[in-house]
Design a protein around this ligand. Structure first.
Ligand code: F0G
Length: 465
C-alpha cells in the first residue's frame, strides 16, 4: 500500500498531484511539472477531504473553518498574519519542522469603484486589489506556497520565465528563503519597475532576445538539465496559494457569492487558481453558489478568446502576442485547459479588449483613486463589454480582480497622460478620444500668480460642466 495514499484516509490536509489530462495520480512531479504519461499539467487535490461515502470530513466543517480563519486574524504568528497561510486547511501541508517563507502576503483590500460602476453601467462595482501585496502583484500569494515547497525539497536554485511580476515576486521569496533565483525575461518588454525589483532582490536576471513564450521554452530545457526548481504557474503549488485570494474575497463578502468575477488572462494560472478555490469552497459548503468567472484578454494577446470562439475550447493555437499591457503579452498560455474548465464550471465567458479600451479603463480606475497596472485594467474594459452584451446585468454584483499595483508601470501612465502612448501606432488617430481623461503635468515658473491662474482655469472648467 502506498504510504501517502494510506495517510490520506486519516489526514484531510495530505495532498496529491493529479494530471488534468490522463488522471494519473503521483506524489512527486518531474522538474517541468508535466505528466510523464501525457505531458499535461498537474493539479493538487486532497483525497482526505471526502470520506468513503463522499461525505465531507469533520475537520472541514464549514462553520468551524470560517471561525478559526477569523480567529487567526487576532494572532501575531507569521503563518496567521499571512493572508495565504491563514487558510492553511485549504493548502498542502509542509512537513514538520518546515516553516513557510512569508512576507505577510494576501490581506488585500476590497474597494468600491463608484465612478467605474457608472462607466460600466452597473449599480455597484467592487475590486479586490491583489496589487496590494508585498511585491505589488498577486504573484506573492502563490509564491509563498511554491517557494516554501522548493525550500523544503532542498533546492538551492529556483527559476521562472516572466513578463515581470512573477520574477519580482520569486526573487523576493527566494531571497527571504535563502535560495538563489534565476529570472528569464523578454528583453525590452517588461516594465522598469518590475525589472528593478528582481535586481534589488538579488536574482540572476537574464534578458533574453525573445518574447515570454520563448523564455518559457528555454527555461523548460534548463530545468530538465539542472537542479533548478521551476516557479512558473505550471507549478501547482503556485496555484494553491493564489487560490486563497478567492477565499479571502468571499470572507470579505460575508460568504455571500457575487454574481460575477472578472479576471485578466495571460498565462491563465490566476483564473485557474481562483476558479479552483470557488469550486472547492462550494464542495466544502463554504459558499452556496458560484460566481460566473470571466477572463479578459488584450486583443493583441488573445489566444484563449480565439480558442473558445473559433475552436469551442478544443484546441489552442498560439499567437504572436503584442500589447502595451506587457504583463499579459503571452501567446501560448500554459494553463488554458484549467481556465477553460473554470469558465465552463462557473458559466463564465471570455472577452477581448483593445489597447485604447485598456488605457481608458486604467484612467477610469485611477479616477476612483485606485492605481493599477494596464493588465489589471482589462477587467473594467471587459466588464463594460459584458454589460453592453447583457451578460452582466446592471443590478448584478461584480468583483474585478486587479492584479498589479499602479507603480509597476509608471512609464505607461506617464505616456498616457502626456498623450504620446499611441504616437506612431495605428491607434494614434482613434486615441484622440482619450484626451478628456489625460492630465499632463503643467510646467510653470515659480510664481504664485501663475499657480492661482491655473487653479482658476480648472475651477471655471469644473463649474461649467
Ligand atoms: N495581471 C498581471 C499584473 C500579471 O502580471 C499577469 C501575469 C496577469 C495579470 C495574468 O495572469 O498569467 O495567471 O493569467 N504575469 C505573469 C508574469 C505571466 O510573468 O508576471 P495569468
Amino acid at each position: 500500500m502506498n504510504p501517502v495514499a494510506d495517510k490520506t484516509k486519516t489526514d484531510p490536509c495530505i495532498s496529491r498531484l493529479r494530471c488534468i489530462g490522463c488522471g494519473a495520480i503521483v506524489d512527486h512531479a518531474d522538474q517541468d511539472f508535466r505528466c510523464s504519461n501525457c505531458g499535461d499539467l498537474f493539479e493538487i487535490f486532497y483525497p482526505g477531504w471526502t470520506g468513503s461515502a463522499g461525505t465531507r470530513v469533520a475537520e472541514h466543517d464549514a462553520a468551524s473553518l470560517k471561525k478559526s480563519w477569523l480567529e487567526r486574524k487576532s494572532s501575531f504568528l507569521p503563518a496567521d498574519t499571512s493572508g495565504v497561510w491563514r487558510f492553511r486547511e485549504m493548502l498542502p501541508t509542509l512537513n514538520p519542522g518546515h516553516k513557510p517563507i512569508t512576507l505577510r502576503e494576501g490581506n488585500t483590500p476590497l474597494y468600491e469603484l463608484p465612478g467605474c460602476a457608472r462607466a460600466a453601467g452597473v449599480d455597484t462595482l467592487l475590486a479586490k486589489h491583489q496589487g496590494m501585496n508585498p511585491t505589488a502583484s498577486f504573484k506573492d500569494t502563490g509564491m509563498t506556497t511554491a517557494a516554501s515547497f522548493a525550500r523544503q525539497e532542498g533546492f538551492h536554485w529556483v527559476a521562472c520565465a516572466s513578463t515581470g511580476n512573477t520574477s519580482a515576486s520569486m526573487a523576493a521569496y527566494a531571497a527571504r528563503g535563502g535560495m538563489r533565483s534565476l529570472v528569464l525575461i523578454p528583453e525590452g518588454k517588461i516594465s522598469w519597475g518590475k525589472l528593478s525589483q528582481s535586481l534589488d532582490f538579488g536574482a540572476v536576471t537574464c534578458q533574453l532576445r525573445t518574447d515570454f513564450d520563448g523564455c518559457v521554452k528555454v527555461l523548460n530545457e534548463v530545468v530538465k538539465r539542472m537542479p533548478v526548481y521551476l516557479l512558473n504557474s505550471v507549478n501547482p503549488y503556485r496555484l494553491e496559494g493564489q487560490k486563497t485570494a478567492a477565499i479571502e474575497l468571499l470572507e470579505q463578502l460575508a460568504w455571500q457569492t457575487p454574481d460575477h468575477m472578472v479576471v485578466p488572462g495571460g498565462n491563465l494560472g490566476n483564473s485557474s487558481a481562483l476558479g479552483k478555490a470557488l469550486l472547492e469552497m462550494k464542495d466544502l459548503g463554504l459558499i452556496a453558489g458560484l460566481p460566473k468567472l470571466s477572463v479578459i484578454q488584450a486583443e493583441g494577446a488573445n489566444p484563449f478568446v480565439r480558442s473558445i470562439r473559433e475552436h469551442g475550447g478544443k484546441t489552442l493555437t498560439p499567437v504572436e502576442a503584442d500589447t502595451f499591457a506587457t504583463a499579459i503579452r503571452i501567446g501560448n498560455p500554459a494553463s488554458w485547459k484549467k481556465a477553460l474548465r473554470v469558465i465552463e464550471a462557473t458559466a463564465g465567458t471570455v472577452e477581448q479588449v483593445s489597447e485604447i479600451e485598456i488605457a481608458s479603463a486604467k484612467a477610469e480606475i485611477g479616477a476612483d483613486g485606485v492605481g493599477c497596472e494596464p493588465a489589471s485594467a482589462v477587467t473594467l474594459a471587459g466588464l463594460k463589454k459584458l454589460v453592453r452584451q447583457g451578460f452582466v446585468k446592471p443590478g448584478e454584483s461584480t468583483v474585478l480582480i486587479l492584479t498589479g499595483h499602479g507603480l509597476k508601470d509608471p512609464e505607461f501612465t506617464l505616456k498616457f497622460h502626456r498623450g504620446d502612448l499611441f504616437a506612431g501606432t495605428r491607434d494614434e488617430e482613434d486615441a484622440r478620444v482619450l484626451a478628456a481623461q489625460q492630465h499632463a503635468p503643467i510646467v510653470l515658473n515659480a510664481n504664485v500668480d501663475a499657480v492661482i491662474h491655473t487653479l482658476k482655469q480648472f475651477d471655471r472648467a469644473d463649474s461649467s460642466r
